[in-house]
Design a protein around this ligand. Sequence first.
Ligand SMILES: [Mn+2]
Length: 429
Amino acid sequence: MNLPLSDELIAEANARELAALEDDYDSLGRKLSRTGIDIDAIKARVADFSVAVPSWGAGRGGTRFAKFPIAGEPTNIHEKLEDCAVINQLCRVTPRVSPHFPWDKVSDFKALREEAADLGLGFDAVNSNTFQDQPGQAHSYNTGSLSSTLEATRQQAIEHNIECIEIGQQLGSRDLTVWVGDGTNFPGQQDLARSLDRYLEAAAQVYAALPDDWRMLLEHKMFEPAFYSTVISDWGSSILAAQELGPKAKCLVDLGHHAPNVNIEQIVARLHRFGKLGGFHFNDSKYGDDDLDSGSINPHQLFLVFNELVEAELNPREGFDPAYMIDQSHNVTDPIESMLSSAEAITQCYAKALLVDRAALHGAQQANDTMMAFQALRRAYTIDVAPILAKARAEAGGAIDVLGAYRESRWRTRKSQERKAVGLGAGIV
Ligand SMILES: [Mn+2]
């Protein structure tokens, strides 16, 4: 393996932090043992946890108004993989990258898989793109893609998704994530029922091309780019489509793709109940699909989502194996720093959910003791689990202080001297 940062840099940074970490870890261990929790067992669960990072998240995002690139930003999939390797080397919870096509297209995918493996990375779900036109494309997606009224356009979208499956097989992926921007901006623009029929018929052809051990993850989104109606707008449309397509079709919940204040943890529980929870995209939002950093606005909601995911782990339904991924847009920060911070926030919420006294919670629920049921969650939420994560990271070769070690590495500055500049322009990602 050929990791991007030097092990000595991480070891030296850790040496300065180790005594304080041991002290904090031992103290937290004594506190948890008083309630019968073995901190080392929690640490082992945390060490097993992982979340994928999106290849496109390695670059700076933007809004439809502007994008402000930074010097040293990755310009192609090879440089994106390098940056993702830096993230994983420091935090040790992001060993897989979710690629996006055609953005990450190369001529030799076997070589790309080896290149990633050499950086300590594998590939997660492949993402198709039928929401924008590519140079030289025969049919525009300006009428939609899988639900377009134009048969040739639908066929092109089907073929693109099947090509993504074929690429994913070469990369070692097992999931195809399908998000379509299809929808309308005007009442009457399209028939609401017939557009779903067209989507289902086209999606069934993609589904038919799935290898036996593959899943098709349907990602719903309430609005944008379409602002009046969206074909797969909510978890209801998503689960109906997944049920119609078959057992390999599952629903993917993106934290940002709902109406404000929707109870997303309940959606997680519902989808799991029917064996249809296939994956989760982590981000945060204030107004809508803002793609803010995970846990930056509402960490308590993130904890409540993980509380349901841990409940789901304890009560698995058929094939429960959710694909966890960060999906956010880094418009004003160094994307590596945002993903390090987000991976930490996500793993913290997972660790806190593991600390919930399930017997106390379920007992209080059964006894209709509302306050004690809530307190079972609150007690876990208020525990500072940072020492558990830091120790798990350090034992896996990562950094105790991930952002500190990253800044010390001067990675971005060094890359700004090697990589060519990214152009200006708008760019929702
Ligand atoms: Mn998403």
